[in-house]
Design a protein around this ligand. Structure first.
Ligand code: HEC
Ligand code: HEC
Ligand code: HEC
Ligand code: HEC
Ligand code: HEC
Length: 408
């Protein structure tokens, strides 16, 4: 990649720098190119550095007639509730996310590829890039349509609703809107999401794209499209003066780890109820605990998405927080000199794992069992200078002493 910069780095910094560059490629639809989930880790195949994946999904000339613009802020006067929901979502943070900004700055030669998923409308991009046969040498030109406020919106309304010719994809037939709409039943399908959430390709030795959620979902829950879970159902009027129709809330909850220090109470009220993917049960056995961790609700592997995501099942002391036992559930990658997935023990949909955990002196009093979800390790968060940034969340916590005694 950038040999000079890399060779100057320490081995640790090198490995991390490579590891956090998750590359690109809208190369979906090529089933043969997918990394299969566990148990057999397979390396991604080589990429062909061309194709639609290097272009923005919404072209520079795009406009929507009848309304003031294409930003969420332009939709807000009439779709206020939906805009407020979307603002709580990770999608709305896809550009401003401090972790994204840190990682984007690391390898400027490929940053133009990242932005086609994180800011997919051309008007969200400061410059236009025309790809060439050389991955790191696109032709760069000025972008008269660039709108910095639109860029800040990340994965905004147009990312999913834009249709060629300046139409807005509608979820219902017969809507009467002040802007052009086209009935698009495919909007509710997984394809709306997998354009970004399914992309597995090797671009360079240390640069790979590893979003495999679409393939995991096909294997696990193909009958239920992503929006059916990630856009909780609601019947309401979707625009000022419009009739009540069944639709989906635009909160897109997932891990519920905020892209900042914490959610505000107002945001939590908008997000509402969202049950995590895992359930955890336990019993006390002679001298230990038996724990059952299950992927009950996620329609794909748990965790999914970014390869740095990990679940930790832990036994801790309630008073000091000292960790007495832990099990990590996630993918393991080596990033240098060539990115390879070396292990993957994530939970398949419906899978239950049972762990027998010894108790220090056979006593459960004062101990807690906890399931944590980490999006980025403490080490990498520190290295990226991510202060005041929530990198993890406690998903479930149980008091060990109040677990039932196992039946003999
Ligand atoms: C194919 C589309 C695509 C491309 C290209 C892409 N990303 Fe992403 N990115 C995603 C998706 C989808 C997620 C959400 C997955 C998740 O959070 O687990 C994501 C999440 C992230 C996150 C947050 C991870 C987390 O755990 O919260 C960071 C940081 C990031 N991307 C950086 C980058 C960088 C840097 C590049 C360019 C080198 C890039 N992305 C290119 C689709 C893409
Ligand atoms: C001046 C008011 C107004 C503005 C501004 C506006 N819309 Fe609409 N929109 C409407 C109305 C009214 C409807 C019809 C709703 C219905 O019949 O349920 C509608 C319908 C829609 C639909 C289809 C709804 C369905 O049930 O399928 C979508 C999607 C949509 N708008 C998206 C947007 C987006 C995205 C923006 C911003 C870029 C936007 N609208 C800006 C008033 C507006
Ligand atoms: C234009 C690309 C794009 C599309 C289309 C898209 N996403 Fe995302 N999604 C992202 C990116 C990028 C992130 C991560 C942003 C970050 O962390 O900085 C993300 C994050 C998420 C998260 C992570 C929540 C969390 O933080 O744990 C969920 C859940 C999600 N998307 C669901 C969906 C669903 C469901 C759809 C389809 C209805 C969809 N996405 C369509 C790009 C996209
Ligand atoms: C990640 C993809 C995605 C993004 C971003 C997104 N939408 Fe949607 N939108 C959908 C899907 C999918 C549906 C269909 C949901 C359903 O009916 O179950 C939908 C439905 C709608 C509807 C019709 C009501 C309904 O729930 O069926 C309106 C209006 C709408 N969106 C407006 C917006 C506005 C305004 C924004 C930006 C603030 C936005 N959308 C952002 C995917 C998205
Ligand atoms: C059967 C319901 C269901 C379906 C279908 C589903 N998901 Fe999820 N998804 C969940 C749940 C529940 C979580 C929360 C997992 C957790 O606790 O971390 C989740 C988490 C996520 C995350 C955050 C990463 C993580 O591990 O928490 C992303 C990204 C995501 N889903 C994307 C998608 C996409 C894209 C699709 C369709 C291809 C999809 N999901 C289909 C239920 C579902």
């Amino acid at each position: 990649m950038r040999p000079a910069g890399r060779s100057a780095a320490t081995p640790t910094a090198r490995a991390t720098a490579a590891g956090v560059l998750r590359l690109v490629i809208f190369g979906l639809g090529c089933a043969g190119e997918r990394v299969e989930p566990s148990p057999a880790p397979a390396p991604p195949p080589a990429a062909t550095p061309d194709g639609p994946w290097i272009r923005p999904a919404v072209p520079p000339e795009a406009q929507i007639a009848g309304i003031s613009g294409m930003k969420a802020a332009d939709c807000a006067p009439c779709h206020a509730e939906i805009v407020a929901e979307w603002r709580t979502s990770t999608h709305a943070a896809a550009w401003k996310d401090p972790q994204f900004q840190q990682e984007l700055a690391k390898d400027p030669g490929v940053a133009y590829l990242c932005i086609n998923c994180h800011t997919p409308a051309a008007a969200q991009q400061a410059q236009l890039h025309a790809p060439t046969a050389l991955l790191r040498s696109p032709v760069v030109s000025p972008n008269p349509a660039y709108d910095a406020a639109f860029q800040d919106e990340g994965v905004s309304c147009m990312s999913c609703h834009y249709r060629p010719g300046g139409q807005i994809a509608a979820a219902h037939e017969g809507v009467r809107a002040p802007h052009p709409t086209v009935y698009a039943p495919e909007l509710r399908e997984a394809g709306t999401c997998t354009t970004c959430h399914q992309a597995v390709t090797r671009v360079e030795d240390t640069l790979i794209c590893t979003f495999n959620t679409g393939a995991e979902w096909e294997e696990a829950a193909p009958g239920m499209a992503c929006p059916a879970c990630h856009m909780p159902e609601i019947a309401r009027s979707h625009a000022v003066g419009a009739p009540i129709r069944a639709g989906g809330r635009h909160t897109f909850p997932g891990s519920l780890i905020p892209k900042k220090a914490a959610y505000t109470p107002e945001e939590l009220a908008i997000i509402g109820e969202w049950a995590p993917g895992a359930t955890l049960r336990g019993e006390r056995t002679a001298g230990g605990l038996r724990l059952h961790l299950r992927n009950e609700r996620a329609g794909h592997r748990l965790p999914t998405g970014d390869p740095e995501r990990q679940l930790y099942l832990r036994l801790l002391r309630a008073d000091t927080g000292a960790i007495l036992w832990e099990e990590r559930i996630g993918q393991t990658w080596t990033w240098w000199p060539r990115a390879e997935r070396t292990a993957d023990n994530r939970l398949a949909r419906g899978e239950t794992r049972t762990y027998d955990v010894p108790l220090p002196d056979g006593r459960a009093a004062g101990l807690i069992v906890r399931l944590d979800h980490e999006r980025i390790s403490e080490k990498n968060a520190t290295m990226h200078g991510l202060r005041d940034y929530a990198r993890a969340r406690t998903v479930i916590e149980l008091d060990a002493a109040s677990l039932p005694v196992a039946a003999p």
